[in-house]
Design a protein around this ligand. Structure first.
Ligand SMILES: [Fe+2]
Length: 585
């Protein structure tokens, strides 16, 4: 039974292949076409998934599409009558989806009539819920999906029981925690798709001084969890949908906040203005009020389900600061957030939904690691190195696993910036030790060094720690595993000086707990670093420079060459620049 999940014509276009109930591979189109958050049709990702499994599109039995244009049609028609642009967007979306069979045939270079797969449409938030629960380790759990908007809903909650999801309720347009966060991020001058992450980092520098006002922006609502103070927003009048820049299919969100918000909070910050105290306080108020609404939702979900575990999905599930507080603010004692909690994960969710809920097959799969993307053999790495001519300029050595780990740990402990390229690419937006840039967490200056040499991020944005799973409790105030870097915990006060570089200004870290079972090589590297330094932690940031995370050896070499990275480790090859550039830091 082969099921292809395809998230197309939507942010984070992605594809997942599920064969006999097990995930074979999953990948976002952005990794291939090099356009961050790419939408459009994921031709490259489809070709990869089929090739990885040695299948042709004719051997696919079911195709799961995480979008149902007919969902909430009454509400859509109501708004379409008031907003002509929105009506046009709806028609365009319907047109896209009605041609998906032909588009797929074209991508796979077969005649459309030779494909026998049955198509299934899975509503956006149902696919999110499925992406969280059906791959979780839990047989029973509460499930919550919260994002901007998908199929005209922003939030949905359910109980997961075995191979069934039972949806209890949803919040529809125009009320949305995701749009709320995006609107205030825009007001603060952060307009790019995905910038909410920056604002979450900024929030730690402020105080929630504006929370009284913010409690008018998001209010509790009976049965619905929350509602927006619509006077602060304009999406309910001008249209909610995202557009796609024609040139590269980058998602663009129009202005969401209204003039009334500026009247209440003062002029919006433009992107080139300095970040002042009030911006930090507004970010802190935004975050604090989001958390209030989020925990209200979670607590009422617990009241309804009385489950120990909760599974989370949707863009808001990337709010690691809020996720890390769930244990304190709700009765839930176990949390699962799969690595592609945002719209990228819809392809996995839709495919598993079809397998379990539509076809009635039992569960047999747990996503306990994130390494579901393409991989390159050592021979492919060797050929890439050879054809690049990199050895003309840099030292290239092939080492045993043991020497590789020992030498790499030594370079990191010596203050070098190391690009680490191993095995299968990560599924989801976080680099988790296979396409990572690694540095010494003990050196406070490494945050600035990384920014100056490679990342060019705003100074207020934190970097994240990877820690040996078994050492978590020594360094953090919680030890619940966080294998996908989507929970932030307080670093123990006595350990903050030991790992200053990935400890945020508020004393927290968005940690990745690394287990020996799921990534033995990365675990061994951190273990070796611990032997050298006494610290079982590395600072881990994604292997990229203002682009999607590198996928292929060629892209890793390109990034290594054009930035001031000191060392590149690809497979068993260790590549070093001849003149280490400490002086330029
Ligand atoms: Fe979504």
């Amino acid at each position: 039974m082969n099921i292809l999940g395809i998230n197309a014509y939507h942010a984070n276009a992605s594809v997942a292949l599920v064969c006999n109930g097990r995930l074979v591979t999953a990948v976002e189109e952005e990794r291939f076409n090099r356009v961050k958050y790419a939408a459009g049709f994921p031709t490259n990702a489809i070709r990869h998934c089929l090739a990885e499994a040695g299948l042709t599109i004719r051997e696919i039995d079911h195709i799961a599409i995480p979008r149902n244009p007919w969902a909430r049609m009454g509400r859509k028609l109501f708004y379409a009558a008031r907003m002509p642009r929105f009506a046009l967007d709806r028609i365009r979306a319907l047109k896209h989806f009605s041609g998906i069979h032909e588009e797929l045939a074209k991508a796979c270079q077969v005649a459309p009539e030779t494909m026998r797969a049955q198509y299934h449409r899975v509503e956006h938030h149902v696919a999110h819920l499925a992406s969280a629960f059906f791959v979780s380790p839990f047989d029973h759990a509460a499930v919550l999906s919260t994002d901007g908007l998908g199929d005209f809903a922003s939030t949905m909650w359910a109980t997961g029981e075995g191979d069934r999801l039972k949806v209890h309720g949803a919040v529809g347009f125009p009320h949305s925690l995701g749009l709320y966060y995006t609107a205030i991020s825009q007001y603060l001058g952060f307009w790019k798709f995905g910038d909410e992450y920056k604002v979450m980092g900024l929030a730690a520098y402020g105080e929630p001084a504006y929370q009284r006002e913010f409690r008018r922006i998001i209010k509790p609502a009976n049965g619905n969890g929350f509602s927006l103070g619509l006077e602060y927003f304009c999406h309910h009048r001008t249209g909610p949908e995202m557009t796609w820049r024609d040139s590269d299919k980058t998602p663009v969100q129009g202005q969401l906040y209204s003039p009334y918000l500026e009247k209440r909070l003062g002029h919006a910050r433009t992107a080139d203005e300095p970040v002042e105290r009030q911006h930090k306080d507004i970010a802190a108020s935004l975050q604090a009020t989001l958390e209030e609404a989020y925990f209200r939702l979670l607590n009422s979900l617990w009241e309804r389900t009385h489950q120990k575990a909760v599974c989370l999905a949707g863009g808001v599930a990337f709010n690691c600061v809020a996720n890390g507080k769930i244990f304190d603010e709700t009765p839930f004692s176990e949390v699962y957030v799969q690595p592609a909690a945002g719209d990228g994960g819809l392809s996995v969710g839709a495919a598993f939904y079809v397998h379990h809920q539509v076809l009635g097959r039992p569960r047999s799969f747990v996503m306990d690691h994130a390494y579901w993307g393409p991989q390159f053999t050592l021979e492919a790495v060797r050929l890439a190195l050879e054809s690049s001519g990199i050895s003309d300029s840099f030292s290239v050595r092939k080492l045993s696993d043991e020497d590789l780990v020992r030498e790499t740990a030594g370079r990191i402990a010596g203050g070098k910036i190391v690009g680490w390229f191993q095995g299968r690419a990560e599924w989801g937006p976080r680099a988790l030790g296979n396409r990572s840039i690694l540095v010494d967490p003990r050196r406070a200056e490494m945050k600035d060094v990384l920014n100056q040499r490679i990342k060019h991020r705003e100074r207020f944005r934190p970097f994240a720690p990877s820690i040996l799973e078994e050492a978590t409790a020594q360094y953090f105030e919680r030890s619940h595993p966080s294998p996908f870097m989507n929970l932030a915990y307080a670093v123990r006060p006595e350990k903050r000086a030991a790992i200053p570089a990935p400890t945020h200004v508020d004393g927290t870290g968005r940690l990745q707990t690394v287990s020996r079972g799921t990534n033995p090589l990365y675990w061994a590297l951190i273990k070796e670093f611990e032997k050298l330094t006494g610290v079982p932690v590395l600072l881990n940031t994604s292997f990229n420079e203002n682009e999607p995370i590198v996928l292929k050896p060629e892209e890793a070499m390109d990034c290594f060459r054009r930035t001031k990275m000191d060392v590149l480790v690809m497979g068993n090859y260790l590549i070093e620049k001849p003149n280490p550039c400490e002086s330029s830091s």
